[in-house]
Write a protein that binds this ligand. Structure first.
Ligand code: HEM
Length: 421
């Protein structure tokens, strides 16, 4: 137990905190960034998996603190053995089954990461770029005649799910089911998605994804194709192949990592461009010049992954605090990406921000996002198509999904002049 001297008045573990809007949450984070960039927090309120011994944790909210922990994996472990990397501790078995390489350390992580990156070949990525461009055009075209639509289900979620399913080789008829379970697993604390029983939503998701992954592995073993699952089955690094369980875990990680993150960055980006019309005018006035900067600012602004966790494996110092072996350390990316010491006017959406040192893809350590390039390609094509086909797009009020992990928008009404068909 920590002494009360370590406790601060900002309670990051309460459900009330996570029910606040991102802006209101950040005014509390700003207080911590100023006064206590590394603070001790009480155990999370109503955890999805109540453990026998609820642990408090160290909250790291500054840009340099998040980077320091991310770059020091020898002291700050990601291992499934400690319940994985989500703020909410999972059982080691569940963390291993669902988090794959993101919940591994050292040589095992490097080996599997190398094996996986060996399947993201430049040829595959170039093919994906033009296919994503066509898919983005088709997604927007399919709603352009409607005049109004829920942006999330009509546009934002459709490109990432299409992309990740194409990459994995998941058949079309399985995609809707996979999406429902992915939404429930991520939004498990939200009444609408988790149906009031977060742990059950998580368990159902694992069962459904396991069945899908094992069917796909059987199918691809018999009929290899030009997709990632076939490549993963075949891939060999230093004479080693992935086991079926490892492929299953990677399938779940990739499905969730590649799907939710990009979807919400698209929705937040379109929302921000609506709220900052000068930036939208700047972007549309010269897309070639401003699109790369706009994409980085959208990623910083949205920071789709708000938290990841590490576990200290030895006694260490961080931000003037002593951290004991076995204690949990939580990285608040959403706060780091609003750190006033790194970003001038962090709550101004500025597509000309240079440099834009956001750490939405991670603080630069060995787990740096494997899909960063792909996410940027998706954002480039979908933003281009949205404003090309729906030039007078107007954006309503988003509904945020409750939770402390993904900065999720569940629904967002938009309207536009319908195209003639
Ligand atoms: C805007 C979109 C995305 C954001 C903000 C994002 C963010 C992140 C973050 C914060 C991490 C952990 C970094 C760390 O611990 O240092 C991560 C890891 C990862 N991401 Fe992403 N991600 C995005 C899109 C994607 C996509 C599209 C894919 C896959 C196609 C993907 C696959 C992965 C994988 C496999 C890892 C684990 C890497 C490892 O442990 O070595 N991500 N991502």
């Amino acid at each position: 137990m920590k002494t009360s001297g370590n406790l601060v008045s900002v309670d990051l573990s309460s459900e009330d905190f996570w029910a606040l809007s991102p802006r209101d949450r950040d005014s509390r984070f700003a207080d911590l960034r100023r006064n206590r960039p590394v603070s001790w927090q009480e155990p999370i309120e109503n955890p999805v998996m109540p453990t026998a011994e609820a642990q408090g944790y160290w909250a790291v909210v500054s840009h340099d603190g998040v980077s320091e922990v991310s770059r020091n994996p020898r002291t700050f472990s990601s291992s499934a053995y400690f319940g994985g990397v989500t703020l909410e501790v999972l059982t080691p078995a569940l963390a291993e089954a669902t988090q794959s390489i993101i919940a591994m350390d050292g040589p095992r992580h490097s080996l599997l990461r190398k094996l996986i990156t060996s399947t993201f070949t430049p040829r595959r990525m170039a093919l994906m770029d033009s296919a994503i461009q066509r898919a983005a055009r088709d997604v927007v075209a399919s709603v352009a005649h409607l005049g109004e639509v829920d942006f999330v289900s009509g546009i934002a979620e459709r490109l990432p799910i299409w992309t990740i399913c194409e990459i994995l080789g998941l058949p079309e008829e399985e995609r809707d089911r996979a999406l429902v379970h992915a939404n429930a697993m991520i939004g498990c604390k939200d009444e609408e998605y988790g149906h009031g029983d977060p742990a059950q939503a998580l368990r159902d998701g694992v069962v459904a994804f396991t069945a899908m992954a094992f069917d796909l592995i059987d199918e691809k073993r018999d009929h290899p194709d030009d997709d990632l699952m076939s490549a993963l089955i075949e891939a060999e690094v230093d004479g080693e192949r992935l086991t079926d369980d490892e492929i299953r875990a990677f399938f779940i990680l990739l499905f969730i990592a590649g799907n939710e993150t990009t979807r919400h960055s698209i929705s937040h980006g379109v929302h921000a461009l609506d709220r900052f019309p000068d930036q939208r005018a700047l972007l549309l006035g010269d897309p070639d010049a401003h699109l790369p900067g706009a994409i980085e600012e959208v990623i910083r602004w949205s920071t789709p992954i708000m938290t990841f966790r590490r576990t200290a494996v030895e006694r260490t110092e961080l931000g003037g605090q002593t951290i004991e072996a076995g204690e949990h350390v939580v990285l608040f990316y959403s706060s780091a990406n609003r750190d006033e010491r790194v970003f001038t006017d962090p709550w101004t959406f500025d597509i000309t921000r240079r440099p834009n040192r956001h750490i939405a893809f991670g603080g630069g350590g060995p787990h740096f996002c494997l899909g960063a390039h792909l996410a940027r390609i998706e954002l480039r094509h979908i933003l281009t198509e949205v404003y090309r086909q729906l030039p007078d797009l107007r954006v309503g009020t988003p509904r945020y999904v409750a939770g402390n992990f993904i900065n999720a928008i569940g629904r967002m009404p938009v309207s536009f002049t319908a195209s003639g068909r």
